[in-house]
Design a protein around this ligand. Structure first.
Ligand code: 3NM
Length: 224
């Protein structure tokens, strides 16, 4: 990735909202919360429709299309989690995969021209993702999270410092248990952005939580 594109991506990943309909009370709530999060200033959205009670087939496709439409109307990147076919069907901006979501070399070939994000829990996983051409890394879980039932042990901000001290200059976001209270600490450890589910999807006022998060992130970035 060229330096200019990398700088732009680092900016675009600042406030990265991840959600599926199962993280909200209903598909209607999912869409309402997404719109409010966009109003609050999220910069990237990942459609992560997986787990119990998730939408599938045509309903999932239609929701993904609606979500992409509203994201693009407001210049918010639209990423699909772990579903190449869906990414292609909605012509998303990219795909995000975990360590067990398939062969990275194959996935990179299939996502040519799109962004590819990879979750990493260790420095070795981050390096492997880079070797395979990932455009950005999602490092986590930073803190304890109850949103992802199979989440690994929290790694704390030490993982971010470790990745950065190994000359890894790839766009990097932290994920897992990130809130308004701890987002600044995560940014100061060296990430370009923070990814959250419940802090926004479970908020009484998703718009103001998003704008407060963005403020905290931008302020912390200036202090780094
Ligand atoms: N991935 P919340 S942690 C989707 O460690 C996801 O890769 C993680 O939800 C990882 O912001 C996580 O509510 C859940 O803690 C994040």
């Amino acid at each position: 990735m060229k330096t200019q594109a990398k700088t732009r991506l680092k900016q675009d990943l600042s406030l990265y909202y991840v959600a599926g309909t199962m993280n909200c009370c209903s598909p209607k709530d999912f869409y309402r919360i997404l719109v409010q999060a966009i109003q609050g200033g999220i910069t990237t959205f990942q459609f992560r429709e997986k787990g119990v009670n998730c939408l599938s087939g045509q309903k999932q496709l239609e929701m993904a299309k609606r979500a992409k439409e509203v994201c693009h109307k407001h210049d918010v990147l639209f990423i699909v989690n772990d579903d190449l076919d869906l990414m292609k069907a909605v012509d998303a901006d990219g795909l995000h995969v975990g360590q067990t979501d398939g062969n990275l070399a194959y996935i990179r070939r299939q996502t040519e021209g799109k962004l590819l994000g990879v979750s990493a829990h260790t420095l070795a996983e981050a390096k492997d993702a880079i070797v395979h051409g990932a455009d950005y890394i999602g490092a986590g879980p930073i803190y304890q999270t109850s949103t992802k039932p199979d989440a690994k042990k929290p790694v704390g901000v030490d993982l971010i410092a470790e990745i950065r001290s190994n000359q890894v200059n790839i766009p990097l976001v932290g994920i897992g248990g990130i809130t308004l209270q701890n987002a600044s600490e995560v940014i100061k450890a060296g990430v370009d952005g923070v990814a959250v589910i419940s802090e926004i999807s479970g908020a009484v006022d998703p718009s103001s939580v998003s704008s407060n998060l963005l403020f905290v992130i931008q302020t912390a970035k200036r202090d780094v």
